[in-house]
Design a protein around this ligand. Sequence first.
Ligand code: URP
Ligand code: ZN
Ligand code: ZN
Length: 477
Amino acid sequence: MSLLIKNATIVNADAQFTADILCRDGLITEIGPDLSAPADSEIIDATGKLVFPGFIDPHVHIYLPFMGTFSKDDYVTGSKAALMGGTTTLIEMCCPSRSDDPREAIRLWKSKAAGISSCDYTFHMGVTRFDDGTADALKAIVAEEGITSFKVFLAYKGAFGIEDTELYQTLSLAKELGVVVTAHCENADLVSETQKKLVAEGKTGPEWHEPSRPITVEAEGCHHLMTFAELTGAEVYVVHTSCIPAVEAIVDARKRGVKAWIETVAPYLTLDSSYAELPDFEGAKYVMSPPIRAKEHGDFLWKCIADGTVDTVGTDHAPFDFSPQKHMGHPDTAKCVDANGQPSGKAGNFTLIPNGIPSVEERVKLLYSEGVRGGKIDLQTLVRCASTQAAKIFGLYPRKGVIAVGSDADIVIWDPQWSGKISAAIHSMATDYSAFEGREIQGRAELVTLRGKIMVRDGQWTGETGWGNFLHREPKS
Ligand code: URP
Ligand code: ZN
Ligand code: ZN
């Protein structure tokens, strides 16, 4: 079965032009004017629509054991939500605990997706410990498991966080293997000391989450990583960069020759710190780390996307229900629960609220509606930051991230005229809330193909659970 898309206004990161697109056997086989349809073709007329390469989310959590609970989506819901929003490839963080064996961990994470993911996917391998066996395990994961990016956490001491010696060893090995190291940059000790101080002062509500991890703490984390990258020569990618001084620390390091990529995520661009101050514990819905900052930081990040300083926009999709999960940190004893939703019998505080915001479904809508239609970025920048650049950095290009002959037929036909509202009542994610409830949106993914198969049509799900493939990657030579 072939698919012929007629009259497509194709938007790639480096060009915009009108042509027809022929897809056969999962690939884009021809692009040009007036293509004729093979006998077995379905013909779609894209007149008046925009046609994008499938979007790539370089930072999601689908299976995440974290803060005493588990993220709410699985690959059935998470990958469907991604596709409904125009995202055809997910890069998930594989986050083992310090006591887990890395090879078993990557196999576990793969098993959570295999056979049930509707979209294509790969993983960043979390390095949460570095001891005698780690180098061999990581070498095997790169050589045999098709993984070419690592993930380290400078935050979350006692959970995923690593020590400086481990960071040095991870970066040195990454340099040797030609893999990129993605990093969550916050100074863990400063976070835990500030958290203790605030809680001791009775400052326990969700609005204290941001002050417990201020911008200086994130900037220090970035500077710290940059120093290690400079010494080891490793290529690094800072995930979920939220604020001006963090970007500045990375830009400074770039000037010293450090190869450093910058990711920000949709919540930092479209929400601000006032959301965590909402009454009745509603602020807990907006607790993620690094925290959502004052609006000036979001405004700055938009400018950095437009001028190319920021490379990618992901989501850091980390879905937890408002009730009961976020209530694990409710400061009122009567409302604070354990992971099973049972009364905990004691008062919680913001440090116990599972960190994370569900957003895999909404990223492209928000970038288009508030970024492109809001006059902050142009269409090609949208494609660059939400698809092409992630494909290039993480070894998926030109299989993914571009509409070109030979690329996978991952195509998003975007209706720029559509308008509607975001709501948990209609989203495909498993969470009981949306951080963007009621938000007015312009434009949506009307038709989405993954390797030539129509997964979304007229904005409705037509996909097949399990159609997604694991994307085997090769290290940069
Ligand atoms: O708050 C967040 N970001 N939760 C997910 C884990 C992480 O740090 O990426
Ligand atoms: Zn993180
Ligand atoms: Zn994350």
